[in-house]
Design a protein. Sequence first.
Length: 450
Amino acid sequence: MFPEDFLWGAATAAYQIEGGARDGGRGTSIWDTFSHTPGKTFNGDTGDLACDHFHRFREDVKLMKSLGLHAYRFSISWPRIQPDGTGTVNAAGVDFYSELMDSLLEAEIVPVPTLYHWDLPQKLEDGGGWPNRETADRFADYADVVFRAFGDRVNQWITLNEPWCVAHLGYFSGEHAPGRKSLGDCLSAGHTLLLAHGKAVERFRTLVPNGTIGITDNVAAVHPASSSSEDFAAASRWDAYMNGWFLDPIFLGDYPDLLKSVFGDILPTITEADRKLITLPTDFLGINYYSRSIMADDPSGDGLKVRGVSQPDAPVTAMGWEIYPDGLREILEQLTARYAKPALYITENGAAFDEVADGDGVVNDIPRLEYLKAHFISAGEAIQNGVNLKGYFVWSLMDNFEWAFGYDRRFGIVHVDYGTQIRTPKASAKWYAEVIASGGQLKQRTNERP
Ligand code: FCB
């Protein structure tokens, strides 16, 4: 079902696991500010300590090795490299990632760094943040520093993680840092993120000529709530917003027409100069898939005039997200058809469940194992149907700081005891290790305790 050179991995992000928030000369990011603002995260949780990966990365690399991971997707914290987001480079930050990358290479695990997984240096937010076009230039300079420092050792790079979440959750709904609530800021942030991506790709081609680079976008299978033409139209609008807002400009050179007609002048225009940058060819597309969206028309609503609907009896995860594995095949096929068969990676897929560890930290997480198995099968079907899928990163290697949900939601295949920082592979991790060792065979036991 999976090609021999298929890359099996796991993913994390800097703010979610590193901790060491004040160590090694790290600057302040918008997530430090946001999580320390009362009422913004569950229980007031912050990433100050998280999984203490900053001090325990060697142990974590050993753990990855023991699971047989081929690759590890992690993110580089911009404020560790440039505490203020511009100029001065923090040597201790460069050293940290250098040692992490060397340990991975030594363990024969392919490092796949993401340049931006949401921790914008606070100083840049103070100067306007992502809605300010100049932030794209700051990002290009930061990317330049990183490519010069690590481009000799690391080949596979990701520019941004989920620009949709950065813009929508950060600047429109305000659920994520920096917590602004303005449609104009949100759409401008989206535009700057596209430029930032393009400018980073431009630098990459000169600095890492033999490397590969792409972007990671969150996508959903979008279905209408009924067979009415109104609900069909609503689903198309949501599809344009969820799946097309960033990918259409990158692969087709412009925002979807539906978004232009909904948002009018508030949506920035992609000028010819912008287009040249945004459409610079990339080597692959990373997608993060968790669930589907069922959309109904909502004439009384604002903007997109859509409303999400849930299936009454559908199985859901602890996030309340419907478990809908077939949507993965569907969206992979949709992207393959719409964007001329790009090379694809699933850069995140996984699930949170309410689970209890026994006294030894052991978690028999059969629901997660079943979730992953069903999604692997769906991905395998997509490959059979002609999708050029090259790898799969499970979210997440270990339990971690789940943004506004703090430590309340556990996505890891490895359990983390936050009191002792002891890591214990869950049943899903042991099962995943067997899948990898067998070259993607999915026959392994699923319902007995390993
Ligand atoms: C994605 C994020 C990732 C994690 C998962 C559950 O949107 O990229 O950091 O929080 O959701």
